[in-house]
Design a protein around this ligand. Structure first.
Ligand code: SF4
Length: 365
């Protein structure tokens, strides 16, 4: 939710540079990986094993797709741990391809079925790691959620959560915010950054809600994306979390992680949404988004993923892109995984029950 062109560009550059760190990594046990990849059992797909171990000549014989994914000059990354992949990897896959417009070609040699199986297994594991995963914006109703989501551009959910209590106390409805004095709203929104533009957005959004939707947030993506400042990402956040309608939230974390896991090679958010959506039943889309984003914020960071403390390392083709030393990796963990407060001032009870700590109010920490 905090993606911005500038931030994304920095992160993309950081990610692009990251594999260089792995130059000294050892190649995996090629035979074992290749054998398991062929059987569809191994977490690390064929592309990973081949791409990381293939010499220049062999790499040149690969298809352009494989070559793009693992160029010969690219240093070998440490493989996933095939030996750690349990029998669960052979669980039968049902609903392999839900109805969507896109059935992406799996990367490298991995079959479509193996990709679906691997992706779903990662999601199941993440569900165990984050059973309390939830949207990290505080909200009481769809109006608060859509406003908070718009405000979350280019800042953290924490900062939004620390700012919106004052906003909604003064302007609890679209009608109130539509009629607000912009200067007063600007003062309230100042801590979120870009406060003048955001003031314009949320007042414009509120006016549109009042004038076109009777003061209610619409529950259809086609209507939501017509609102000023609302794109598909915001629309799906609102649909998934305020209306219970499945949606995939392709934010900066989601984009980074699904590429690391080789779920898709797409870079355009809409194409990523379609490609990943086709790997899962629709009913799982919203929680899948939370799992992936939680993991990206806590463990699989952009610059230094905590691979050595990552519970899904055995399933990850990008294992080794970050810190592999368990003790050092542990120090990189964030929020509840590192023993720190979360982003919500009012987190769900499940989060508190799991030892999560509410975020402090503005100015308190
Ligand atoms: S932290 Fe490392 S092992 Fe875990 S998902 Fe991210 S890249 Fe893979």
């Amino acid at each position: 939710m905090t993606a911005s062109g500038r931030t994304s560009a920095r992160k993309a550059a950081a990610e692009k540079a990251a594999p260089a760190k792995t130059a000294a990594k050892k190649a995996p046990a090629k035979k074992a990986v290749a054998k398991k990849a062929a059987s569809g059992e191994v977490a690390a797909p064929g592309r990973t094993a081949a791409g990381r171990t293939a010499p220049a000549k062999a790499a040149a014989q690969k298809t352009s797709r494989a070559a793009k994914a693992a160029p010969a000059k690219k240093p070998a990354r440490k493989a996933a741990h095939p030996e750690a992949v349990s029998k669960k990897a052979t669980v039968a896959v049902d609903h392999v391809a839900p109805a969507t417009t896109l059935a992406p070609k799996p990367p490298g040699n991995e079959t479509r079925t193996a990709l679906v199986r691997r992706a779903r297994r990662i999601n199941r594991e993440l569900a165990e790691v984050y059973p309390y995963a939830h949207p990290e914006l505080d909200f009481e109703n769809p109006f608060e959620l859509i406003v908070a989501t718009v405000l979350s551009a280019q800042t953290t959910d924490l900062r939004v959560n620390q700012t919106t209590p004052a906003l909604f106390a003064r302007y609890p409805t679209p009608e109130d915010l539509a009629a607000a004095n912009p200067e007063e709203v600007e003062e309230i929104l100042r801590p979120t950054g870009f406060f003048r533009a955001k003031t314009k957005s949320v007042i414009g959004l509120s006016k549109a809600l009042v004038e076109e939707f009777g003061g209610e947030v619409p529950g259809r993506v086609e209507d939501l994306v017509k609102l000023p400042g609302v794109g598909r990402k915001t629309a799906f956040v609102v649909l998934g979390n305020a209306f219970g309608r499945p949606g995939i939230t392709v934010d900066t974390h989601f984009q980074r992680l699904v590429r690391r896991w080789q779920w898709t090679d797409e870079t355009d958010p809409d194409k990523i949404e379609a490609a990943v959506g086709s790997l899962f039943p629709k009913s799982e889309w919203t929680m899948l988004s939370h799992h992936v984003i939680f993991h990206g914020r806590r463990i699989c960071h952009a610059r230094k993923p905590a691979c050595g403390a990552c519970p899904i390392a055995p399933l990850c083709p990008a294992y080794g892109e970050g810190e592999t030393d368990p003790e050092k990796a542990k120090k990189l963990l964030k929020y509840e995984k590192g023993g720190f407060p979360g982003q919500r001032l009012k987190p769900p009870q499940a989060y508190l029950d799991a030892g999560g700590i509410p975020a402090p109010p503005l100015g308190a920490g």
